[in-house]
Design a protein around this ligand. Structure first.
Ligand SMILES: Nc1ncnc2c1ncn2[C@@H]1O[C@H](COP(=O)(O)OP(=O)(O)OP(=O)(O)O)[C@@H](O)[C@H]1O
Ligand SMILES: [Mg+2]
Length: 109
């Protein structure tokens, strides 16, 4: 199980923490090469959508190898190869237009 924790707020310093939502729609990630060396495309993440609101925690659950870590890497902009389709938004805006996004997830694993 993987847990995405959006913003770790506490009443004392809540005002100092930037609030943002993260959402993704129809996220599909494919790499070249099928199973057992077959040619073609293999979808590691297949048409996944989700929403994470400020202060919320989201558990990503599934069997080993189903793509949880790959999904988190996509959301953290850690994937530079393969074919990514779909949209990722920060506060409703396409993520690419939001600078320094990667710093939002310093401890993602
Ligand atoms: N770069 C890659 N190229 C090809 N296949 C990959 C690549 N990265 C991961 N995979 C495969 O994609 C699938 C999903 O892997 P991922 O690590 O995201 O699963 P997971 O849900 O995090 O598993 P676990 O619970 O064991 O951590 C696995 O079958 C894995 O072997
Ligand atoms: Mg994993």
């Amino acid at each position: 199980m993987v847990v995405l924790e959006m913003v770790a707020t506490s009443p004392a310093n809540e005002e100092n923490i930037p609030k943002f939502s993260l959402s993704w729609e129809n996220l599909t990630y494919t790499v070249k090469g099928g199973l057992f060396g077959k040619k073609g495309e293999k979808a590691l993440v297949n048409d996944v959508s989700g929403l994470l609101t400020p202060g919320s925690t989201l558990a990503v659950m599934g069997p080993s190898g189903c793509g949880k870590t790959t999904l988190l890497n996509l959301l953290a902009d850690r994937i530079s190869s393969g074919n990514i389709k779909g949209n990722i938004y920060v506060n409703g805006k396409p993520r690419k237009s939001v600078s320094h996004f990667v710093h939002i997830f310093p401890k993602l694993s």
